[in-house]
Design a protein around this ligand. Structure first.
Ligand SMILES: NC(=O)c1ccc[n+]([C@@H]2O[C@H](COP(=O)([O-])OP(=O)(O)OC[C@H]3O[C@@H](n4cnc5c(N)ncnc54)[C@H](O)[C@@H]3O)[C@@H](O)[C@H]2O)c1
Length: 358
């Protein structure tokens, strides 16, 4: 496989929180292929059909640990034992609708969990780079027609979005207070950044109330795909897009610790900003069958209608840019779901990373 990071990850000790989840499993696979020593920390996978389970990545990495990020002491012990050099923090309760049902858990996991990881970084001398994953929903969403920039105010209507806005404020505070670039090399040796992706799609995600898993469940059971918010516009991107950004950013932070420790958007190009109906339609086109059913309800829980990210900063300062348009993202995503029952899933992921890199 092409190594676009020039052997940087080979032999590096990398801790990934949330490695049993959708994005974390893909990140762990990619890091493993790049030769990193990956330690994963997460809860049990949600289902037997998750990418983490089917790919078998848990058996390939250096350590596959089940632990709760709300347990700060446990996190410090794991960090002390494995001495990571780079940390990607993805573990979270990431669902908007579920956050209305379990707002307190959502805040405990997302905000206190993130603080526990930052405190573990602080207590472990080996860590040089921390990439904290938040979301496009961390911004105060004004349903505006331009994409959010990194210095736009944080906010969030629902508990999930606001918890991620709160994470951003905590990350900013920890950076100023404990990992300040001005004190780098004197008081600490850590470069800390936060990263915000769009609506991530890809194989092996079975989360509740997310459009791609909803499409696949309906297609597999021969039912129409129920669309709750047909006109809601989102920045769709394949999972490998933001992951390529996180990996590139961590490499830059390692090489230039005080130049990149800030917030970064990793969203798609403007033309990939489609509404839910359009992205579901492209899944039907790729599968060659299926139908959509509009089940929108004016009394439904609040979810944002319009959300876009401005990615100028990542393009100009990191030299990162999305490789795929929305149609190609849908093709790659469909590929995984068409193949997962018949083929080796680790092999599918490797094929897709190769396709992505070409
Ligand atoms: N999927 C998206 O569209 C998207 C978009 C933007 C940002 N994000 C962010 O990316 C990250 C990963 O999202 P995902 O889609 O892979 O989610 P996911 O639900 O598939 O995975 C979440 C992971 O976090 C772990 N986790 C949850 N609570 C935990 C706890 N208390 N202790 C330890 N581990 C815990 C789970 O075990 C799992 O490994 C999250 O931070 C999410 O907010 C996701």
């Amino acid at each position: 496989m092409i190594d676009i990071f020039s052997n940087f990850y080979k032999g590096k000790r990398v801790l990934v929180t949330g490695h049993t989840g959708f994005k974390g499993s893909w990140l762990s696979i990619w890091l493993h292929e790049l030769g990193a020593e990956v330690v994963g920390v997460g809860l049990e996978p949600y289902s037997e059909k998750d990418n983490f389970v089917l790919s078998g990545i848990g058996k390939k990495i250096k350590a596959d640990i089940r632990a709760d990020i709300r347990d700060g002491q446990k996190m410090k012990e794991i960090f002390a034992q494995y001495k990571p050099e780079i940390v990607f923090h993805l573990a979270a309760q990431p669902l908007v609708r579920l956050s209305y049902e379990i707002p307190v858990d959502t805040y405990q996991t997302n905000v206190m969990g993130t603080i526990n990881i930052m405190e573990s970084i602080r207590s472990t001398d080996s860590v040089k780079v921390g990439v904290m994953i938040t979301t496009d929903k961390c911004y105060d969403n004004k349903e505006q027609l331009r994409g959010y920039k990194e210095d736009d105010p944080f906010g969030g209507y629902d508990p999930y979005s606001s918890s991620k806005g709160a994470c951003e404020i905590a990350i900013q505070s920890w950076r100023r207070s404990f990992f300040n670039p001005e004190n780098y090399g004197k008081a600490h040796h850590v470069s800390l950044a936060s990263v915000r992706a769009g609506n991530v799609i890809g194989g092996g995600d079975w989360a509740k109330d997310r459009i791609i898993p909803d499409c696949i469940r309906a297609l597999e059971s021969g039912k129409p795909i129920e669309i709750r918010s047909p006109k809601a516009v989102r920045p769709w991107e394949h999972v490998l897009e933001p992951l390529s950004g996180y990996l590139l950013l961590a490499q830059k932070m390692w090489n230039h610790p005080t130049d990149f420790c800030e917030g970064w958007n990793f969203g798609p190009e403007q033309e990939s900003v489609l509404n839910v109906w359009e992205i579901a339609t492209s899944m039907i086109e790729n599968f060659g069958y299926g139908e959509l059913k509009d089940v929108s309800n004016p009394n439904a829980l609040h979810e944002a209608n319009l959300l876009m990210l401005d990615i100028t900063k990542a393009k100009t300062r990191l030299g990162w840019k999305p490789r795929l348009n929305a149609k190609q993202c849908a093709v790659l995503t469909s590929d995984w779901y068409k193949r997962y029952r018949k083929e080796d899933v680790y092999g599918i992921c490797i094929d897709e990373i190769k396709m992505f890199l070409q």
